[in-house]
Design a protein around this ligand. Sequence first.
Ligand code: TIU
Length: 229
Amino acid sequence: MITNTIRTVDAEPYSFEFDPRTCALLIIDMQRDFLESGGFGEILGNDVSQLRRTIEPNRKLLAAWRSLSLQVIHTREGHRTDLADLPAAKRMRGRGKRCIGDPGPLGRILVRGEAGHDFIPELYPVPGEPIIDKPGKGAFWATDLHAIMQNRGIKQLIVTGVTTEVCVNTTVREANDRGYDCLVLSDCVGSYFPEFHDMGLKMIKAQGGIFGWVADSTKVLSALNGGQP
Ligand code: TIU
């Protein structure tokens, strides 16, 4: 049974305090298209193994969060089967042989309902955890995330998922401008580019936490456990 006791996470640039009842775990785009061979990420020329180190810390954190019946929200990047919500600019970007909507080893690339669009099995949502289907990089744009957060009394987010400098950073910036606090977990977010990952985290916590806070998941687990590791 979780209480309204304020928890304190040892974070940068300073401690992150949260009320577990009004702080949701937001897991961004842990989809087969980004984390498995044959998906969108690999088709763009990336090494998906760079992202797979995030799976185990996310799995542990999600298990702890669920065991306390705290709020979890999952997001997925993808498009309608008719691609009516896919801007031509996004489709053509990269000038690759295969584009979003084309067939690939995991089905049509980044299209809703296809195998690659689905969540990785290790972090599959359970009933009661909202799934936000987003057509863009940010989780607030063209989605009902803000309404769901308001309806559920969510004031703060602990953010994990992929990729650090693309969908995670875009979402944190969107959340910041809507008045939400974000704590981003360094071991639970990942990029295909280690240097972008490092800089993506620095951009969040610089200037007194211009967009939010950064810590690793062990610090959150310890805060949930009353300060014990
Ligand atoms: N390409 C890349 O790094 N990311 C994306 O396209 N989407 C997300 O970050 N989810």
